[in-house]
Design a protein. Structure first.
Length: 208
């Protein structure tokens, strides 16, 4: 049976009518028909991660229930609608992963000069990254807000210099000077925190 089979389309219409009345069995029937194809054809190939694909699959059906009243039923299968929802949610997750990856790289770039000559400490990569991120964020919170904004735009958000300058409403040359001053302020505050033995930015290991 395919999703365009007339017998299935009749069954699908019946399930949709009953689902709109709150029938859980109708939802189970639709989930049983569409979940595996969505997972295998749309989500897992795109995300490459079983847990992520399962999470997005659950989100897809949550959105289906939420937006069922807005669905434009033209007599065809809801497969295309569900596949579009799944693909959009997968794309959102990919973008979030990219943002998180840029942020972590930015934290590492920002803090790397502070660890020159120091050997990385032991620990798991995820834990080390989280501790580094927390330590850098604490120091950023303690410096001039304009400096913090410049560092965040350039390193954490990985924006081009020209875009950073536009957002701060300055010329590129002025932004470059501002960034140097911000880096100096960040380094001084980090070193002060180290000297005073504050919550451990000096003990945060750097991973390769």
């Amino acid at each position: 049976m395919t999703f365009n089979d007339p017998a299935w389309l009749d069954e699908e219409r019946r399930c949709l009518r009953e689902l709109r009345r709150g029938d859980r069995a109708a939802f189970s029937r639709l989930y049983g028909a569409f979940a595996q194809p969505l997972y295998a054809r749309v989500l897992l190939p795109r995300l490459g991660d079983r847990q992520a694909a399962e999470d997005v699959l659950a989100e897809t059906f949550r959105i289906m229930l939420e937006k069922l009243g807005q669905y434009d039923d033209r007599g065809g299968s809801i497969w295309s609608w569900l596949a579009t929802i799944a693909a959009n949610r997968a794309r959102d997750l990919e973008r979030e992963r990219a943002r998180q990856g840029k942020a972590l790289r930015g934290f590492a770039m920002l803090s790397a000069p502070l660890f020159e000559g120091q050997a990385p400490g032991p620990g798991d990569d995820a834990g080390d990254a989280a501790r580094l991120q927390a330590a850098v964020a604490r120091v950023l919170d303690e410096i001039n807000p304009r400096y913090r904004r410049a560092l965040t735009l350039r390193f954490i958000e990985d924006r081009p210099r020209a875009e950073c300058a536009d957002l701060l409403e300055v010329k590129i040359a002025t932004f470059d000077v501002l960034l140097l001053r911000a880096l100096r302020a960040f380094r001084e505050r980090w070193q002060a925190a180290t000297a005073s033995d504050s919550p451990a930015p000096d003990r945060v290991p750097v991973t390769a």
